[in-house]
Design a binder for this molecule. Structure first.
Ligand code: FES
Ligand code: FES
Length: 200
């Protein structure tokens, strides 16, 4: 494959993950988790969650995490599950505009609050959020598993500090880990995202 073709296909891949998060999955892991949770046999209860501006009715178990509900009940697989214990940030979503680990929140606890996932960032006409566009422009990630978590953390951080220094933004994203250790390029992407957001 030529270098040009490689760049284009990689760009398409990254874009697919940014918008829907569907290009990266670990089906074996998911299936094992689903079976384990189903075996607990705890009754579900119908609740309404505000996700990406929509009222979503969903049956959830009392001990069910928001990450689980988003991924396996609502089909929003852009929210990744890495560690599943508040260490990696792959599951980061915004709750009332604040970046939080969805793996460590119970779905019941976000009733009446606004949840935003990576699927809810792009405009209705498909225009990417500036931070998403910056990732496409800068090609900031390798495997991209950590990407949606970083994007959501950056979007949340930039709401409170729209013009950060590189060091400030690095600190703001310090709750997100990248196994590929692509931090320098990720930070460059996020700084570019901040710039695009300021340009409006
Ligand atoms: S999956 Fe939630 S912090 Fe790692
Ligand atoms: S790009 Fe692979 S985990 Fe971050």
């Amino acid at each position: 494959m030529s270098k040009r073709q490689d760049a284009i296909s990689r760009r398409d891949f990254i874009k697919g993950v940014i918008v829907g998060g569907v290009a990266v999955s670990s089906s074996g892991y998911l299936l094992r988790g689903a079976v384990a949770l189903a075996q607990t046999g705890v009754a579900e209860r119908l609740i309404t969650l505000n996700v990406n501006g929509q009222q979503r009715r969903v049956d959830v178990m009392r001990q069910e995490t928001l990450a689980w509900t988003l991924r396996y009940k609502l089909g929003l697989t852009g929210t990744k599950l890495g560690c599943d214990r508040a260490e990696c940030g792959a599951c980061t979503v915004l709750v009332d505009d604040v970046p939080l680990y969805a793996c460590s929140m119970l779905s019941h606890s976000v009733r009446g609050r606004r949840v935003q996932t990576v699927e809810g960032l792009a405009a209705a006409d498909g225009t990417l959020h500036p931070v998403q566009q910056a990732v496409v422009d800068e090609q900031g990630f390798q495997c991209a598993f950590c990407m949606s978590g970083f994007i959501m953390s950056a979007v949340g951080f930039l709401k409170t500090n729209p013009n950060p220094s590189r060091h400030e933004l690095a600190q703001g994203l310090s709750g997100n880990l990248c196994r590929c250790q692509d931090y320098d390029k990720i930070l460059t992407s996020m700084m570019r995202g901040a710039e695009l957001m300021r340009k409006g």
